[in-house]
Design a protein around this ligand. Sequence first.
Ligand SMILES: O=C(O)c1ccccc1NCC(=O)[C@H](O)[C@H](O)COP(=O)(O)O
Length: 208
Amino acid sequence: MTAGRTRIKICGLSRMEDIGYANEALPDYCGFVIGVPSSRRNVTVEQLISLKERLSDRICPVGVFVNAEQELVAELLNGGVIDIAQLHGREDEIYIRRLRDLTDKPLIKAFSIQNLSDLETAEKSSADLVLLDHGKGGTGASFEWELLRHWKKRPYILAGGLDAGNIPEAVSEYHPYAVDLSSSVETGGKKDREKILAAVAAVRSITI
Ligand SMILES: O=C(O)c1ccccc1NCC(=O)[C@H](O)[C@H](O)COP(=O)(O)O
Protein backbone atom coordinates (compact mmCIF):
# COMPACT_ATOMS: atom_id res chain seq x y z
CA MET A 1 0.00 0.00 0.00
CA THR A 2 1.52 3.30 -1.07
CA ALA A 3 0.60 6.83 0.01
CA GLY A 4 -0.53 9.46 -2.52
CA ARG A 5 -3.93 10.31 -3.88
CA THR A 6 -7.04 9.14 -2.05
CA ARG A 7 -8.37 5.84 -3.41
CA ILE A 8 -12.02 5.04 -4.03
CA LYS A 9 -13.89 1.76 -3.73
CA ILE A 10 -17.35 1.26 -5.19
CA CYS A 11 -19.03 -1.55 -3.31
CA GLY A 12 -21.94 -3.87 -4.00
CA LEU A 13 -21.69 -4.46 -7.76
CA SER A 14 -24.05 -7.27 -8.71
CA ARG A 15 -25.10 -6.87 -12.37
CA MET A 16 -23.20 -6.87 -15.65
CA GLU A 17 -24.36 -3.25 -16.18
CA ASP A 18 -22.60 -2.34 -12.93
CA ILE A 19 -19.36 -3.73 -14.33
CA GLY A 20 -19.80 -1.52 -17.39
CA TYR A 21 -20.23 1.56 -15.18
CA ALA A 22 -17.15 0.62 -13.15
CA ASN A 23 -15.03 0.02 -16.25
CA GLU A 24 -15.99 3.50 -17.44
CA ALA A 25 -15.40 5.28 -14.10
CA LEU A 26 -12.31 3.24 -13.11
CA PRO A 27 -12.45 3.36 -9.31
CA ASP A 28 -9.41 1.81 -7.63
CA TYR A 29 -11.42 -1.02 -6.08
CA CYS A 30 -14.79 -2.68 -6.63
CA GLY A 31 -16.54 -4.69 -3.93
CA PHE A 32 -18.70 -7.80 -4.39
CA VAL A 33 -20.90 -8.97 -1.51
CA ILE A 34 -20.55 -12.75 -1.50
CA GLY A 35 -22.67 -15.30 0.32
CA VAL A 36 -24.86 -12.80 2.17
CA PRO A 37 -28.39 -13.69 0.98
CA SER A 38 -29.96 -11.02 3.22
CA SER A 39 -28.25 -8.32 1.12
CA ARG A 40 -29.87 -7.07 -2.09
CA ARG A 41 -26.31 -6.79 -3.47
CA ASN A 42 -25.48 -10.43 -2.81
CA VAL A 43 -23.83 -12.42 -5.58
CA THR A 44 -23.17 -16.15 -5.77
CA VAL A 45 -19.68 -17.42 -6.49
CA GLU A 46 -20.79 -18.25 -10.04
CA GLN A 47 -22.08 -14.71 -10.57
CA LEU A 48 -18.89 -13.30 -9.06
CA ILE A 49 -16.74 -15.27 -11.49
CA SER A 50 -18.72 -14.00 -14.52
CA LEU A 51 -18.69 -10.41 -13.26
CA LYS A 52 -14.97 -10.52 -12.51
CA GLU A 53 -14.22 -11.82 -16.02
CA ARG A 54 -15.62 -8.57 -17.45
CA LEU A 55 -14.05 -6.25 -14.87
CA SER A 56 -11.20 -4.07 -16.13
CA ASP A 57 -7.83 -5.28 -14.90
CA ARG A 58 -7.21 -1.67 -13.85
CA ILE A 59 -9.71 -2.20 -10.99
CA CYS A 60 -8.90 -4.32 -7.95
CA PRO A 61 -11.72 -6.77 -7.12
CA VAL A 62 -12.57 -7.07 -3.43
CA GLY A 63 -14.73 -9.85 -2.00
CA VAL A 64 -16.95 -8.69 0.88
CA PHE A 65 -17.75 -11.51 3.32
CA VAL A 66 -19.78 -11.81 6.51
CA ASN A 67 -18.54 -14.62 8.78
CA ALA A 68 -17.80 -16.83 5.77
CA GLU A 69 -15.94 -20.12 5.95
CA GLN A 70 -12.24 -19.28 5.74
CA GLU A 71 -11.77 -22.01 3.12
CA LEU A 72 -14.13 -20.21 0.71
CA VAL A 73 -12.43 -16.83 1.24
CA ALA A 74 -8.98 -18.37 0.71
CA GLU A 75 -10.08 -20.31 -2.36
CA LEU A 76 -11.39 -17.16 -4.07
CA LEU A 77 -8.24 -15.23 -3.15
CA ASN A 78 -5.77 -17.93 -4.11
CA GLY A 79 -7.65 -18.67 -7.32
CA GLY A 80 -7.37 -15.03 -8.41
CA VAL A 81 -11.13 -14.41 -8.49
CA ILE A 82 -10.67 -11.61 -5.96
CA ASP A 83 -7.46 -9.80 -4.98
CA ILE A 84 -8.49 -8.70 -1.47
CA ALA A 85 -10.99 -10.00 1.09
CA GLN A 86 -13.05 -7.55 3.15
CA LEU A 87 -14.31 -9.17 6.36
CA HIS A 88 -17.52 -7.38 7.30
CA GLY A 89 -18.94 -9.57 10.06
CA ARG A 90 -17.80 -10.66 13.52
CA GLU A 91 -14.46 -12.07 12.31
CA ASP A 92 -12.00 -11.83 15.20
CA GLU A 93 -8.21 -12.18 15.48
CA ILE A 94 -8.48 -15.97 15.72
CA TYR A 95 -10.48 -16.01 12.47
CA ILE A 96 -7.88 -13.79 10.77
CA ARG A 97 -4.98 -15.95 12.00
CA ARG A 98 -6.62 -19.08 10.62
CA LEU A 99 -7.29 -17.33 7.31
CA ARG A 100 -3.62 -16.25 7.19
CA ASP A 101 -2.69 -19.94 7.39
CA LEU A 102 -4.65 -20.48 4.16
CA THR A 103 -3.64 -17.42 2.15
CA ASP A 104 -1.07 -14.64 2.06
CA LYS A 105 -3.39 -12.25 0.17
CA PRO A 106 -4.37 -8.90 1.69
CA LEU A 107 -7.22 -8.67 4.19
CA ILE A 108 -9.42 -5.71 5.11
CA LYS A 109 -11.32 -5.90 8.40
CA ALA A 110 -14.43 -3.72 8.72
CA PHE A 111 -15.39 -2.22 12.07
CA SER A 112 -18.64 -0.62 13.10
CA ILE A 113 -17.67 2.58 14.89
CA GLN A 114 -19.88 3.88 17.68
CA ASN A 115 -17.36 5.11 20.21
CA LEU A 116 -13.66 5.51 21.00
CA SER A 117 -13.40 1.97 22.23
CA ASP A 118 -14.42 0.70 18.77
CA LEU A 119 -11.66 2.83 17.26
CA GLU A 120 -9.11 1.42 19.70
CA THR A 121 -10.13 -2.12 18.74
CA ALA A 122 -9.81 -1.28 15.03
CA GLU A 123 -6.37 0.28 15.49
CA LYS A 124 -5.08 -2.98 16.97
CA SER A 125 -6.36 -5.20 14.16
CA SER A 126 -3.83 -7.48 12.46
CA ALA A 127 -5.61 -6.96 9.12
CA ASP A 128 -3.61 -5.27 6.35
CA LEU A 129 -6.11 -2.44 6.25
CA VAL A 130 -9.10 -1.52 8.41
CA LEU A 131 -12.39 -0.11 7.18
CA LEU A 132 -14.34 2.15 9.52
CA ASP A 133 -18.07 2.05 8.88
CA HIS A 134 -21.46 2.63 10.41
CA GLY A 135 -23.46 -0.42 11.42
CA LYS A 136 -23.41 -3.64 9.47
CA GLY A 137 -22.40 -2.24 6.08
CA GLY A 138 -24.10 -0.81 3.04
CA THR A 139 -26.61 1.13 5.13
CA GLY A 140 -26.07 4.62 3.73
CA ALA A 141 -25.54 6.02 7.24
CA SER A 142 -22.39 7.67 8.63
CA PHE A 143 -20.83 7.25 12.04
CA GLU A 144 -19.68 10.26 14.08
CA TRP A 145 -16.66 11.31 12.00
CA GLU A 146 -15.49 13.63 14.80
CA LEU A 147 -14.27 10.47 16.55
CA LEU A 148 -11.59 10.22 13.86
CA ARG A 149 -9.75 13.15 15.44
CA HIS A 150 -8.47 10.47 17.86
CA TRP A 151 -7.29 8.19 15.03
CA LYS A 152 -3.56 8.44 14.65
CA LYS A 153 -1.86 5.17 13.98
CA ARG A 154 -2.60 3.64 10.60
CA PRO A 155 -4.15 4.12 7.15
CA TYR A 156 -7.85 3.29 6.98
CA ILE A 157 -10.78 3.15 4.59
CA LEU A 158 -13.67 5.45 5.45
CA ALA A 159 -17.15 4.05 4.70
CA GLY A 160 -20.77 4.77 5.52
CA GLY A 161 -22.96 7.47 4.06
CA LEU A 162 -20.31 8.93 1.77
CA ASP A 163 -21.39 10.59 -1.46
CA ALA A 164 -19.96 12.90 -4.12
CA GLY A 165 -21.06 15.89 -2.00
CA ASN A 166 -19.45 15.02 1.33
CA ILE A 167 -16.29 13.30 0.00
CA PRO A 168 -14.26 16.57 -0.20
CA GLU A 169 -14.95 17.38 3.47
CA ALA A 170 -14.30 13.80 4.60
CA VAL A 171 -10.99 13.62 2.76
CA SER A 172 -9.68 17.06 3.65
CA GLU A 173 -10.62 16.76 7.34
CA TYR A 174 -9.88 13.11 8.06
CA HIS A 175 -7.36 11.97 5.43
CA PRO A 176 -8.50 8.39 4.82
CA TYR A 177 -6.38 6.14 2.61
CA ALA A 178 -9.56 5.36 0.63
CA VAL A 179 -13.28 6.10 0.64
CA ASP A 180 -15.87 3.37 0.13
CA LEU A 181 -19.35 3.99 -1.27
CA SER A 182 -22.36 1.89 -2.09
CA SER A 183 -25.80 3.29 -1.17
CA SER A 184 -25.22 6.81 -2.50
CA VAL A 185 -24.26 5.54 -5.95
CA GLU A 186 -27.58 3.74 -6.36
CA THR A 187 -31.01 4.79 -7.58
CA GLY A 188 -33.95 2.60 -6.62
CA GLY A 189 -31.54 0.06 -5.12
CA LYS A 190 -29.51 -0.39 -8.32
CA LYS A 191 -26.10 1.02 -9.17
CA ASP A 192 -26.37 4.28 -11.11
CA ARG A 193 -23.84 5.12 -13.84
CA GLU A 194 -23.93 8.92 -13.39
CA LYS A 195 -23.61 8.69 -9.60
CA ILE A 196 -20.63 6.35 -9.88
CA LEU A 197 -18.93 8.67 -12.38
CA ALA A 198 -19.63 11.68 -10.13
CA ALA A 199 -18.26 9.97 -7.02
CA VAL A 200 -15.04 8.89 -8.74
CA ALA A 201 -14.64 12.39 -10.23
CA ALA A 202 -15.18 13.92 -6.77
CA VAL A 203 -12.32 11.88 -5.32
CA ARG A 204 -10.01 12.44 -8.28
CA SER A 205 -10.56 16.22 -8.15
CA ILE A 206 -9.22 16.46 -4.61
CA THR A 207 -5.72 17.80 -4.23
CA ILE A 208 -4.22 17.55 -0.80
O1 LIG B 1 -23.79 -3.79 0.85
C1 LIG B 1 -24.24 -4.68 1.57
O2 LIG B 1 -25.41 -5.04 1.47
C2 LIG B 1 -23.38 -5.32 2.62
C3 LIG B 1 -23.87 -6.41 3.30
C4 LIG B 1 -23.10 -7.01 4.27
C5 LIG B 1 -21.84 -6.56 4.55
C6 LIG B 1 -21.32 -5.46 3.89
C7 LIG B 1 -22.08 -4.85 2.91
N1 LIG B 1 -21.61 -3.76 2.24
C8 LIG B 1 -20.36 -3.15 2.50
C9 LIG B 1 -20.28 -1.91 1.73
O3 LIG B 1 -21.05 -1.66 0.83
C10 LIG B 1 -19.26 -0.89 2.04
O4 LIG B 1 -18.14 -1.46 2.64
C11 LIG B 1 -19.84 0.22 2.92
O5 LIG B 1 -20.50 -0.34 4.02
C12 LIG B 1 -20.71 1.14 2.09
O6 LIG B 1 -21.60 1.87 2.90
P1 LIG B 1 -22.68 2.87 2.28
O7 LIG B 1 -21.98 3.72 1.27
O8 LIG B 1 -23.18 3.64 3.45
O9 LIG B 1 -23.74 2.04 1.64
